[in-house]
Design a protein around this ligand. Structure first.
Ligand SMILES: C[S@@+](CC[C@H](N)C(=O)[O-])C[C@H]1O[C@@H](n2cnc3c(N)ncnc32)[C@H](O)[C@@H]1O
Length: 278
């Protein structure tokens, strides 16, 4: 039986670690799940967790290394070789973990997909409808088209339980990031950037458009809302320069709209009654 240390060692030796962004897999996974733990609550033995675009499982193995043991963790990805890696090296060694291959495409990753007999978005949405209390997607929405961004959010939202928290990273175009990019401050090389969709989408270069893609703040908010979720927290990353942010990418917490409770069950907070002040 492989230990968590063994699994990270296999990741280090695998060329697939570079497909999913490179660097030390244990450090990258650890940094990601620290964010998840800070921004969500995962109950051991009770929560069901989705790792969307899991790659070789750096995040979910790091989660277990931290002692987090939810009722279920499901990793989903579109690349058959990474799901094979996870099924061979992670699933037999870590409890309550399973992996799903999604039959989908992505121009940035299609070179690693020769054939795909995975499940469709619709099949998975049906299988996991309202299932997950916590979800996360690290460095996935930094590599998808605008059309996929909206479609994937709807797919994920269908699988989230009401009130569930979905943590995603992306690059947001806003007043600050636009200013910093225009003044050459970003820590990514963006000299050859191309603006699309009337300035609402930015790619770093046009030869591999999904290597780096950023989206306007209002566009992201609209797509999250169209998917039946709401942005309930944002932590900006340091990608645009200026030394702000604790992580590289911007981190969004999207909350699936909760089931409503009746008014009599709401604990009210009284307003200060100024008419009684002397
Ligand atoms: C940069 S890698 C990050 C992998 C992993 N989240 C990590 O942090 O190690 C992006 C991942 O998103 C996956 N991906 C891209 N498009 C996807 C889609 N439409 N549905 C699910 N996963 C997708 C890729 O196959 C790849 O594994």
């Amino acid at each position: 039986m492989a230990t968590i240390a063994d699994i990270f060692e296999l990741m280090r030796k695998s060329p697939m670690n570079d497909w999913v962004g490179g660097s030390d897999p244990e450090a990258v996974g650890g940094a990601s799940v620290q964010i998840v733990q800070r921004l969500t609550t995962i109950h051991n033995g009770a929560s069901r967790v989705l790792d969307f675009g899991c790659g070789i499982g750096r995040g979910l193995v790091a989660l277990r290394k931290m002692g987090v043991a939810p009722k279920e963790i499901v990793g989903m990805d579109i690349m058959p070789p990474v799901i094979d890696f996870c099924n061979q090296n992670i699933q037999p060694n870590i409890d309550n973990v399973k992996f799903e291959l999604i039959n989908d495409r992505n121009d940035h990753y299609d070179q690693f997909i020769s054939s795909n007999n995975g499940k469709s978005r619709d099949e998975l949405a049906e299988q996991y409808r309202s299932n997950f209390h916590v979800g996360y997607a690290f460095s996935v929405f930094t590599h998808v088209t605008k059309k996929d961004f909206g479609g994937l959010l709807k797919f994920i939202s269908a699988m989230m339980a009401p009130g569930g928290r979905f943590v995603m990273t992306c690059f947001e175009l806003n007043e600050f990031s636009r200013y910093m990019i225009d003044h050459g401050q970003s820590i990514f090389p963006l000299e050859n950037r191309v603006m699309q969709e009337g300035g609402k989408v930015m790619i770093a270069n046009d030869y591999d458009p999904l290597a780096f893609i950023a989206f306007d703040r209002e566009l992201v908010a609209q797509m999250v809302s169209d998917a039946g979720m709401a942005i309930t927290k944002v932590e900006y990353g340091c990608w645009m320069g200026g030394g702000i942010g604790s992580s590289l990418q911007d981190v969004f917490v999207c909350t699936k709209l909760p089931d409503l409770i009746s008014r009599e069950n709401i604990k009210m907070t009284a307003l200060v009654d100024r008419s009684k002040m002397g």
